[in-house]
Design a protein around this ligand. Sequence first.
Ligand SMILES: [Zn+2]
Length: 291
Amino acid sequence: MDTLTSVIVANEHIYGVAAVTTALVEKARGIHGASPTAAAALGRLLTGGVLMGSLLKDAAHRVTLQVSSKGPVRSILVEANGVGQVRGYLGQPAINVPSRNGKLDVRGAVGKGILHVIRETGAAEPYSGTVPLASGEIAEDLASYFVQSEQIPSAVSLGVFVTPEHTVAAAGGFLVQFHASIDDDLVVHVEQALGAVPTVTTLVREGYGPQDILHRAVGGLDLEVVKQAAPAWHCGCSQDRVVRALLALGPQQLSQLISEQPETQVRCEFCATEYTFSQQELSQMMADAMA
Ligand SMILES: [Zn+2]
């Protein structure tokens, strides 16, 4: 089971959250038939989504992370909510990008582009911010988003380890944020610790849980746990939602669909579930909606 812990450190001046996401990233890899590099790119953004979701209050509050890139992967979309549920997909899951220095080349797969973040927290207007990708490594791109768009100095580390058999054996990440009026010595202490912390996949493979990872990341400072959750892959799509989306096309387009093909298939991009409607079902749907 995947786990997430968020903590406050030093009288709430530092916020930290870490997650082990191996199971949900492996599930995403399987659903999308993603190649190792694509699985690593998607897994890092899914984990980033889980970490950012921890800043939200409940299941109705949602964060969407959208990467539009010029690299082979083209696009990655992730949605996460405040209770650790996450889903996502990528534009080109089958990409074949050669490894660099013996590591999966996520930067090579993503390349240049933009990161668009939308946060829906019950306010009338969702918060949104867009930043250019800092490196295409995803973690640096999220850190750069926090600094540029939200003015919160943040360190982000994300990792996905894929075995030679192409399954995800370890995935996870952490986010450490510095809030105002923090002591300089403390900043230096934590920055040094952050600089020395092994990669997340190394820690996860050694059996570290989220709290142990955070303890390493902040250089052994006392942690006060504020939230624990079990992040998981969850796609909220359903027959009902697909029906509503079809009805939203309007009577004219729907009539055209019905007349043109014996069956209409709608595929959920997130989880690849296919919803199939016969001509008769669609006609009935339209009649019900009109009534
Ligand atoms: Zn779905």
